[in-house]
Design a protein around this ligand. Structure first.
Ligand SMILES: *[C@@H]1O[C@H](CO)[C@@H](O)[C@H](O)[C@H]1NC(C)=O
Ligand SMILES: *[C@@H]1O[C@H](CO)[C@@H](O)[C@H](O)[C@H]1NC(C)=O
Ligand SMILES: *[C@@H]1O[C@H](CO)[C@@H](O)[C@H](O)[C@H]1NC(C)=O
Ligand SMILES: *[C@@H]1O[C@H](CO)[C@@H](O)[C@H](O)[C@H]1NC(C)=O
Ligand SMILES: *[C@@H]1O[C@H](CO)[C@@H](O)[C@H](O)[C@H]1NC(C)=O
Ligand SMILES: *[C@@H]1O[C@H](CO)[C@@H](O)[C@H](O)[C@H]1NC(C)=O
Ligand SMILES: *[C@@H]1O[C@H](CO)[C@@H](O)[C@H](O)[C@H]1NC(C)=O
Length: 714
């Protein structure tokens, strides 16, 4: 027995050694140059309409956690073919943002990064500040264009690309796929059923559950530097009533994943010994009683950056959760129910006795939308960890790309299998189902019939070895995405001279480079549910996309060039901006900014427990005077000896920064609320606020900070 076991162990260790050694050799060879970057893109946190639900009353009033732009760049060699993929914690990409980013990159890098080899993709959160798209239709509820939103996004994209570019070094890339369970269901299942039965029979579900993950490894150190994945589910875990800036479930997943990676790599001694405290709660409570709130104090512009828990020095691990063919996929997986009766909605119309406004989807944390965001984020995060830990399939082979602008107004489409049956797309228009919206919340964007302005759209194919990324400027439904992927794969295989085969893997990058709403199948279109009614260029929109993507795929497979197509309009000079900037703030008489208005409500037994929510309110100025980019408005500090150490900031899921106006005096208030996490270490804490104000429109910024009194967590 023993010798048998020993023998087994011997072979096992041999296998482990071989697998490991192999993995090390493979990861050390550095097939490509790879670089990752990340930058804060949190826009104005007060009074700006959020992009997504088109709800006039949904204006930002604080931050749940920050938004980021995350980039990876891959290159064949230092002067070889390359592309950059940017994942944005925004509702969608915007043509105007893309145009401005390209201008800035041209100044900096010449022709290294152009529209051809840059993809900018939105995660589709509905909880980010709007006003950054150039077509009025999308910015009408945000009262037009919002320069501050726009600048925050453009700057973050450029900075994340610069960081990734500066980080380029020999590296290896591994790919892994797997299904995410219970993070998305079809929200228009009756429309899906209109697709042919034979076609539906080829798929186990009415949504795509597959997540595709790329893992980037530095060849020299063997360490992972980042991971990006694609998976389709809407950023609508947060509802149309939410007022806090949030990356929704994908932003949350990214925060969890990056934190998981950094905690995995910190030696446990540094974290626990740094924060280990006497378990003598009595002593801590005595100590905390003597530490009172500070008054408001002046500080410098970059002070809050010094209190940031995750300082962005360019060396951070970057984890990104990218969007895919998300058109009909909702994260509200409990289904849609009537808010009056609590019964499931009418299946065919997603309405309740004729009224679609009453039919609302429920997330797994219902009725707590923050909990739903966390759960759907965690389901994606956990799958990403699985795929990351088991990714051994190394990519090799060419990097390549093709890009073209297409005027969708009048494309002649030859329908497959019909010989010479030619149809046409139509000028942009919305069907009657559009205003009804979806079970995730009604939409009220409106188009004029025959609007040809937003007709020029980019499509793009990126190739990284056997991985093909399709950049689409909108939201393909599940079946529309499947048809597109299949058509591109067949085209590559049929034209590629053996370079592509069944192992070629295609992912759709949704909401990329520009935005044109939904793309449903012809059959779904007939039903005119929300997704179909928002398919702008008529019933043949999808065949038009497939036809044009096949042209790009063919060109890529044959090594041919493509034409540029018509240029999209740059409407930056004609943007209308009706939202007002804050015009100067002052604290109430006898107070300073940063002074406490309401201190910690100390618990009766003297100590807060996990799950409690200590909070404090400070007199403050409008957060729009300075976005505190890569800084923070809110910090939880822990007492270590005689020093206060920042342990959570406004990028943490457990910390809430809420902005409001005092309802009689109209002076600004910043409330910081901390939900004590289960992982919190017992000790003495306080809440700290940072802000900035101006006396008048053109005066200089004045920076301030203040802290609450101390409290104990046991
Ligand atoms: C690219 O750079 C390598 C060295 O880094 C050099 O040998 C090669 O000639 C360059 N190729 C081109 C096309 O510039
Ligand atoms: C939905 O509509 C289809 C076609 O009109 C009909 O056959 C089906 O019974 C309807 N389903 C429900 C649950 O009403
Ligand atoms: C797109 O094509 C239509 C029809 O040919 C034309 O009227 C329109 O001006 C074009 N739009 C742009 C922005 O080129
Ligand atoms: C193609 O179109 C021509 C002229 O409209 C028609 O005569 C012919 O039958 C069509 N062929 C097919 C295969 O549909
Ligand atoms: C092609 O790959 C898919 C999985 O990606 C598999 O289901 C299918 O059987 C393969 N087809 C062939 C012909 O190998
Ligand atoms: C101010 O708002 C709070 C919270 O909504 C409310 O409880 C309070 O009564 C209001 N005060 C006045 C003076 O309206
Ligand atoms: C602020 O400065 C701008 C640009 O210098 C000027 O146009 C504007 O009139 C000034 N506003 C006020 C209120 O002084």
């Amino acid at each position: 027995m023993v010798s048998k076991i020993n023998q087994h162990l011997y072979f096992l260790s041999l296998i482990i050694a071989i697998v490991f050694g192999f993995a090390l050799i493979r990861s050390a060879d550095g097939q490509y140059l790879v670089g990752v970057g990340s930058y804060d893109m949190t826009g104005p946190a007060a009074g700006i309409n959020m992009m997504g639900y088109a709800n006039l009353f949904q204006n930002t009033a604080g931050i749940h956690f920050r938004l980021r732009a995350r980039t990876f760049i891959v290159a064949e060699s230092s002067n070889g073919t390359r592309f950059a993929f940017v994942n944005l914690d925004a509702g969608m990409a915007s043509q105007l943002v893309t145009t401005k980013v390209l201008e800035k990159l041209k100044t900096r890098f010449g022709n290294l990064y152009t529209e051809e080899n840059i993809a900018i993709s939105g995660i589709h959160t509905h909880a980010g500040p709007g006003g950054y798209l150039q077509y009025l239709i999308y910015s009408i509820t945000s009262l037009g264009f919002v320069q501050q939103s726009f600048d925050a996004i453009v700057t973050a994209i450029v900075q994340s690309i610069v960081q990734a570019h500066n980080n380029l070094k020999p590296g290896s890339i591994f790919i892994r796929k797997g299904d995410v369970e219970n993070a998305g269901i079809n929200r228009s299942p009756s429309a899906y059923l209109l697709n042919p039965a034979e076609e539906r029979a080829r798929y186990p579900e009415n949504v795509d559950k597959e997540m595709t993950l790329l893992k980037f490894v530095d060849a020299a150190s063997g360490k992972s530097i980042g991971a990006f994945n694609w998976y389709a589910t809407h950023g609508t875990s947060m509802s149309r009533d939410n007022l806090l800036i949030s990356g929704d479930n994908k932003g949350a997943a990214a925060r969890f994943f990056e934190d998981w990676f950094s905690s995995k790599n910190e030696s446990s001694s540094t974290t626990t010994s740094k924060f280990s405290t006497s378990s003598d709660i009595g002593k801590l409570m005595e100590k905390s009683k003597t530490i009172k709130a500070t008054g408001g104090q002046q500080c410098g512009k970059t002070t809050s950056q010094g209190f940031k828990v995750r300082k962005n020095d360019g060396s951070l691990f970057v984890g990104a959760f990218c969007q895919s063919n998300v058109g009909d996929v909702t994260p509200n997986v409990l289904g849609a129910f009537c808010i009056d009766s609590g019964k499931p909605c009418d299946f065919n119309h997603s309405s309740c006795h004729g009224d679609d406004q009453l039919c609302i989807g429920r997330g797994p944390g219902y009725p707590d939308e923050i909990l739903s965001t966390k759960i759907i984020g965690e389901r994606q995060f956990q799958k990403a960890v699985d795929l990351f830990n088991s990714a051994t399939d190394q990519l090799s082979g060419k990097i390549d790309y093709r890009h073209v602008y297409i005027n969708f107004t009048n494309i002649e489409v030859v329908l497959d299998g019909t010989g010479n049956n030619t149809v046409k797309t139509c000028p942009a228009a919305l069907g009657p189902g559009f205003a009804a919206g979806t079970t995730d919340g009604p939409g009220v964007f409106g188009f004029q019939q025959g609007d040809t302005e937003p007709a020029v759209l980019p499509i793009q194919i990126l190739r990284l070895g056997k991985l093909i990324i399709l950049s689409v400027p909108g939201e393909f439904t599940t079946m529309a995405g499947r048809r597109l992927r299949e058509a591109v794969k067949d085209t590559l295989i049929n034209n590629g001279n053996g370079e592509f085969d069944n192992d070629t893997h295609i992912v759709i990058a949704g909401l990329t480079n520009a935005y044109s709403q939904y793309i449903a199948t012809f059959e779904e279109y007939a039903h005119q549910r929300y997704e179909a009614a928002s398919t702008l260029y008529g019933p043949h929109t999808l065949p038009a996309y497939i036809q044009e993507f096949k042209k790009l795929a063919q060109a890529m497979a044959k090594g041919e060039k493509t034409t540029k197509g018509p240029s999209p309009p740059d409407l930056s000079s004609v943007q209308l901006s009706l939202s007002l900037n804050p015009t100067g703030d002052s604290p109430p008489a006898g107070k300073m900014f940063g002074d406490i208005k309401e201190d910690i409500n100390q618990p009766k037994d003297g100590s807060f427990n996990k799950g409690d929510r200590p909070s404090a309110t400070f007199w403050s100025a409008n957060p729009r005077y300075d976005l505190l980019t890569e800084g923070t408005y809110a910090v939880v500090e822990m007492l270590q000896g005689k020093r206060w150490i920042p342990v959570y900031d406004d990028d943490d899921f457990s910390l809430y920064f809420k902005w409001s106006l005092e309802n009689t005096s109209f002076h600004g208030l910043a409330t910081i609320e901390w939900e004590v996490p289960t992982k919190a270490i017992p000790g003495v804490y306080r809440l700290r606020h940072f802000g900035s104000s101006k006396k008048a429109v053109n005066s200089t910024n004045h920076y301030f900070t203040g802290a609450s009194s101390a409290f104990t967590v046991s």
